[in-house]
Design a protein around this ligand. Sequence first.
Ligand code: COA
Length: 447
Amino acid sequence: MVEVKQIPPAGEPGTNGAAGHTKGSGQDESQPIAAPSGPVYQPRYAHIVGWGYHVPAKVITNQDLEQIVDTNDEWIRTRTGIAERHVAADPKETSVTLAVAAARKALEVADVPASKLDLIICSTTTPEYSFPATACLIQDALGAHNAGAFDLSAACSGFVYGLSMARGQILAGDAEYVLVIGTETLSRIVDWTDRETCILFGDGAGAVLVAASEVPGGILAVDLGSDGSGGDTLIVPAGGSAMPTSLETVSSGMHYIKMDGKAVFRFATRVMASATRKVLDRAGFTTDEVDLVVPHQANIRIIQNSVLNQLKIPADKVFVNLERYGNTSTASIPIALCEAIEAGKLKPGYKVVFVGFGAGLTWAACAIDWRTPVEKQSTDWWKSTRRQATYGAAAARSMWKRAVRWVYDVLPTDPEAPARDDGKEREKDKIPQEAPVKEPARSKEQG
Ligand code: COA
């Protein structure tokens, strides 16, 4: 396990990083730049130190889909590589419940309590609600009472976008531990009568814990991209401000995923290779040096056309599990990462690339110098009992806070005024009566 240490507080001795230089400052560039006075910082790195995933139990196979739409197993396998997908069949399974299960596993692997989290970033296209943020509900369920939390909308690229935000927070010195989660219940926004989309998607969640460390390595380079001109090629048209939900939008199925598959395919094969090249360049790695690529799991042909054919990275270095999960959007890379670790495909010292693309259109890649040991730790009975107890305490704390809020709601803010639920109307709550309008006297002609 990477030992994560705090940087010394400002003012304490430490090594200084490369001195910055502002161009156009009027200084003579041939002169050495004076070291800045004030606090001296040690270099910081952002490492993935915990990982976990969770998928719903219900599996829908290609044969099952043959019963619903005009398709067949052979077509789906050859065109996509997908054989089955997990689906949140139980209405109680939501993007939050999947995310919380994945997050708890990630915290357990890292052996870090939720109370130490500084930030929770939840990437999702299927949030629990429009607001509040899904990340806040996860924060409450984990009992991460010291963490900020927000949702990130970058579709299937969102997990790598989240890693980039986490890295930024850590390198800036604003956070020690950031939880990045990708969670989806796409089955809730898939049109199960549309054979072009319903065969592709699945549900699931993956989470990683990113931690600050002095150990060189970790997430070294990131490339984020977008092209909003292709926004309509993969879209849920209704439910936002452009097309608010109405009887009409629901009856015409505008709240479901609409996709121009061919356009997305062309875009994906182009950006996967270029984004990978960019991050490798920035990290100082060559394609030959890459030990593992974990691509977004959308379609085996996209992976073959981009990572394998264009970048010439051999198949045994590219982790693929879409056959069993389909496209779980932003959850696909962290789920694949966890399975790659389970399969022994990742070792400390490996040079790793995550690369994804999705609606927006968006794309994102990152290059990692992986340093975290990956051996499964034996489960410590006492630690796991204590961890369960903290989640129980988190649920109790949440209920208590709701109760306190309820009490404040029924208690009068003005101690002189009667309580609001006593049935009596308070003076200040009374609706002012308008002065009675005098009826004009009617003339005889008007009757
Ligand atoms: N079963 C059987 N036939 C199907 C089918 C299905 N599920 N879906 C489409 N077809 C048919 C089409 O109607 C078409 O028939 P036609 O030739 O008689 O008109 C034929 O199969 C070929 O369709 P086409 O759209 O050319 O297939 P394709 O090879 O482009 O594959 C996708 C379709 C959707 C699999 C592919 O375009 C793709 O994966 N695109 C990227 C989508 C993606 O990754 N989205 C998520 C991004 S995060």
